[in-house]
Write a protein that binds this ligand. Sequence first.
Ligand code: URP
Ligand code: ZN
Ligand code: ZN
Length: 488
Amino acid sequence: MSNFDLVIRGGTVANSAETFTGYVAIRDGRIVAIGNDLGDAKQVIDATGKYVLPGGIEAHCHIEQESSSGLMTSDDYYSGSVSAAFGGNTCIVPFAAQHRGQRLSDVLELYHGRAAPKSVIDYSFHLIVSDPTDEVLHEELPKAISEGITSFKIYMTYDRLIVDDSQMLDIFAVAKKHGALTMIHAENNAMIKWMSGRLVDQGHGAPKYHALSHPRTAESEAINRAVALASFVDAPILIVHVSTEAGARIIAKARYDGRKVFGETCPQYMFLNAEQMDLPGMHGAKLCCSPPLRDRASQEEIWRCLQNGTFQVYSSDHAPYRFDETGKLNAGPEPEFPKIANGLPGIEMRLPLLFSEGFIKGRITLNHFVALAAGNVSKIYGLDHVKGSITEGKDADIAIWDPDVTREVRAEDLHDNMAYTPYEGMTVTGWPTTVIQRGDVIIENKELQAKRGAGEFVPRRTIDCTGMPGRLAPELDPAKNFGVELEL
Ligand code: URP
Ligand code: ZN
Ligand code: ZN
């Protein structure tokens, strides 16, 4: 009788804060032992010369989601999760988007119904809250949080999604009270509309002008405001997809000041720039995302802020819209840039790009790679009890990376439902050649072995702010405000 279902031996095992050589033993989907020569197993994987790392957790992706204008992403929970798995991920946290007038319970039911029969890897959801009515704030959000949906995204731009400052305060207060994290798309709506209107009116409607229409200051103004509002009530926030050094500096300062602020950036801001949008015809539309691509200097700055820890989270923001009438060109064959669907694909390339250009090229350590791939996200988003490290008792979610594989990136080799990748032609070193989800090998020899619907919903824990500094504004602090105990 074998003790274990699977043993991985011979590889270099790494977590966010440790690296060792040893055996990893798995039984009933969990890691049950780590050590030397652990004995028999039904299956043995020899990982000599490879890195045995926690499966990636992709915590910002748009899968089978209607945009605020009703456009469906090209990936559903099958193609999106398969593509994620081929890119070394074993868990995704896409968005369940509330459109105005919808009940959150209906939204969640819809997305559970979309994910459960199709996802090949485990999943959770962040809510998008666009309509914070009293019922949403005081009944529906607390209920969703109690069901393990412990984060939600809000938008400071887009007419159909935007929440105003007072609504932001309401949402932060609920998040703080019930242990949730608010993710913020921080861009100043008025500045974007003002610039877009002038550019289009003056004949600059081609895709590349999208980059000009979202000024850097629109991002930094909104981040500054979001940090001020959240800090006022001492609620934790995460500023997503930061594209500018100015924005990053606000996050760094807020953290230095003892505020509960996290930052996320994405590969597009490290590997791409707006010059690449200057393409013939409508091809620049493939690179329209918000916030937009910036310049080469920004790419270096964003890399630096990833290296120095200003960004704790590195996500793809996979928002797949095909370059045809179902996606980027849904408003016609030659739309002006404000009518082009925003978003880039990247769920499969997120980790290979970082492994190659970050770890292999010596910009970040192996442990930092693991932290950005899975470890930090598992802690920040309440998944740490089951995922994010190779530790006894946790789910056996593992990606085995071969540093000797060199690949040229080609859209036709990827597994999403897109026909292009912004990273076409790049050469990357290192690839996740074996991927294991709860003890089952789901990718091996470039083949998918997972079954449709094998992924499970993972209820997440409330956000743990223990050990994080923070303080209420003096006007809200009974020690400093004549003893007034204001209910937030
Ligand atoms: O352009 C982007 N990033 N589209 C996806 C939606 C969002 O705001 O993250
Ligand atoms: Zn966003
Ligand atoms: Zn997004």
